[in-house]
Design a protein around this ligand. Sequence first.
Ligand SMILES: CC(C)(COP(=O)(O)OP(=O)(O)OC[C@H]1O[C@@H](n2cnc3c(N)ncnc32)[C@H](O)[C@@H]1OP(=O)(O)O)[C@@H](O)C(=O)NCCC(=O)NCCS
Length: 173
Amino acid sequence: MKLIIRQENKADYKNVYELNTLAFEEKEEAVLVDLLRKNEEFIPQLSLVALLNDEIVGHILFTKIKIIDVNENEHESLSLAPMAVLPKYQKKGIGGKLINKGLSTAAKLKFKSVIVLGHENYYPKFGFEPTTKWKITAPFDVPTNAFMGLELVKDSLNNVSGIVKYPEEFDAV
Ligand SMILES: CC(C)(COP(=O)(O)OP(=O)(O)OC[C@H]1O[C@@H](n2cnc3c(N)ncnc32)[C@H](O)[C@@H]1OP(=O)(O)O)[C@@H](O)C(=O)NCCC(=O)NCCS
């Protein structure tokens, strides 16, 4: 099976909506993706789809976020969310390939770091570490090790501390 990962285009939106609905078994994340595409923090090159025989089987989205410190200084970063793989194609490495392609594309676009809220045993495979390392916190309650960061540029989070501010579209999820 040949997997192709490419930038999402408008013709994919409907299939990506269905994919997110199937993978999450609810519509919230599918609606979130539709809303985020209209946000100025949306980066088209970082909305990626995975295709198998022309069928969209996976999607990943990275959106601009800010980390704001106690002095209101803003540090730009990226959020990885959401990502989804069609249930029947899960656990075959497609999610991992989407993450790696997303991270390499983000690095090429000169982003310096990525934040993710997710499973503490999954994302460390790609280099993510709990954000407690940098004193970066989520704007909501999260299990400590589930909130993770990754430096695309070495030491780029070294002097960064503060609370992550997501685009307001995330509030509904
Ligand atoms: C998370 C998801 C995108 C991973 O895609 P995938 O193609 O199955 O990922 P991979 O094949 O690269 O990796 C699968 C591995 O990650 C583990 N994993 C991933 N997410 C996990 C989670 N939330 N809980 C437990 N394990 C998880 C799997 O158990 C599996 O481990 P194994 O390889 O040791 O068996 C997919 O499971 C999915 O769409 N889930 C529903 C939507 C979701 O929860 N999205 C993530 C939050 S935004």
